[in-house]
Design a binder for this molecule. Structure first.
Ligand code: 5CA
Ligand code: ZN
Length: 412
């Protein structure tokens, strides 16, 4: 699939530090050490009701990682999927009476436009589930060869017990897994399964549903195997970071990892699993199923500056759960006005320290709020909000504009 266009990124006169991110599997901050290009997979949208502020927060969060790696001198290979066939998409298409392919295409395009407006760097490979069906089939065959696949009626299931490391991504106990599995697309109660936690690999054709030919009969991929197959093909095993929102820790990232680890037992799926917090609205997680959504495209249509949206997102650490309010947007617009004044004065308070602080904060578990606070201090010094304007550095404005663009994706 086509991704979206690349925003301009200024090159910086100094390098940023190596990048540390929080790893859900170990519960620790890990310093990434890419050998060759840094390899990142971030779970993409299921294309209906895109792009709400929760999606935007997650992709802006991982955009900080891409930028931090680049600023540390690494090339980055970034892969993202589009779940362009799955139960929730088909259900929505039926409900609103539109063709599921048309719905997926329309929403994917909306997502591309929103990502472009938010200056999110595009993945090198933007890959749909439908176009990846041959990869999925090949991976299921490898799992069959490993003895990890069985049938329930005409559907194929993955045996989670085939992976000795199963459970290692979430660290959850079995009761917790059983409770959440059913709420997030799993079917723990289905009769005929060997273990209630086993997940669907291939769903045999049902009347009225799309299906593709395969050695297992006509059908379509289960959800987790889609990301396993795409990541393995486009990044290989033991890639640097598997990312997504915290709602994907279990079962999605657990299952994707186990599937690949059974196919290729010599490596872990990823070296780190990094998760963004959940954005809420009206007191609950913003989600398509609840319908409490604020859309990037809606705000753009009412002439909201996309940089103000990005500013709100950056104001919250990517790992924290937080609640969207319209007030945040008005405050961001005001702050940007003030920043613009300082950044375009030309001369300003010395820039070296703030440049280093921004790079260090983003490299330290993508701490955008700390980076913004450093810039705010520089803006205050430059404008003399305490009565003492400091314009001692003649090129400060340009230097600070460059670092907030390169590291934070804010073009002001
Ligand atoms: N297609 C799958 C991943 S393979 C999927 O989860 N799609 S999604 O459209 O539901 O979500 C897309 C991304 O946005 C995922 O990484 C998900 O974790 C994240 N996300 C969804 N809702 C929120 C939210 N309220 N806050 C933050 N991130 C969210
Ligand atoms: Zn995924």
């Amino acid at each position: 699939m086509r991704a979206w266009s690349v925003p301009s990124v200024p090159s910086l006169p100094v390098r940023g530090p190596e990048v540390a991110v929080h790893d859900t599997a170990s519960g620790r901050l890990v310093t990434t050490s890419p050998d060759g290009p840094a390899r990142l997979y971030v779970c993409g949208i299921t294309p209906y009701d895109a792009t709400h502020m929760g999606h935007a927060a997650t992709y802006v969060g991982f955009d900080l990682l891409v930028r931090a790696w680049r600023n540390a001198g690494h090339d980055v290979t970034y892969v993202q999927n589009v779940t362009d066939v799955d139960d929730p998409l088909l259900e929505r298409a039926t409900k609103v009476g539109i063709d599921w392919v048309a719905l997926a295409e329309r929403e994917t395009q909306l997502f591309r436009d929103d990502m472009e407006a938010l200056r999110v760097l595009p993945p090198a490979a933007y890959v749909g589930a439908v176009e990846s069906i041959p990869l999925v089939v090949a991976l299921i065959q490898r799992l069959e060869a490993a003895g990890a696949v069985y049938r329930v009626d005409d559907d194929l299931y993955f045996s989670v017990t085939a992976d000795p490391a199963f459970g290692g991504v979430s660290g959850w106990d079995r009761d917790q897994m059983l409770e959440i599995f059913g709420q997030r697309g799993g079917d723990p109660e289905r009769p005929g399964k060997r273990d209630p936690l086993d997940c669907l690999l291939w769903r045999a054709e049902r009347p009225g549903e799309p299906a593709w030919e395969s050695p297992f009969g006509p059908g379509r991929p289960g959800w987790h195997i889609e990301c396993s197959a795409i990541a393995l093909e486009h990044l290989g095993s033991a890639f640097d970071v598997q990312g997504g929102g915290s709602d994907l820790v279990f079962p999605h990232h657990e299952m994707s990892a186990s599937e690949v680890q059974v196919a290729d037992p010599s490596h872990p799926f990823a070296r780190a699993y990094t998760h963004a917090g959940m954005v809420a609205y009206d007191g609950e997680k913003m989600s398509k199923s609840r319908g409490n959504l604020v859309f990037v495209s809606q705000l753009r249509r009412s002439d909201i500056d996309p940089m103000a949206i990005r500013f709100v997102l950056l104001g919250h650490h990517y790992r924290s759960d937080w609640e969207w309010t319209d007030d945040l947007l008005w405050q961001a617009a005001e702050t940007l006005e003030q920043w613009r004044k300082a950044l375009w004065l030309g001369a300003g308070a010395p820039a070296d320290a703030v440049v280093a602080q921004v790079l260090a904060a983003v490299a330290d578990d993508l701490d955008a709020p700390t980076a913004l606070a450093s810039v705010q201090a520089w803006v205050d010094a430059t404008l003399g909000t305490d009565g003492l304007a400091d314009t001692s550095d003649p090129t400060a404005g340009q230097a600070v504009r460059d670092v907030i663009d390169a590291a934070l994706g804010l073009s002001i």
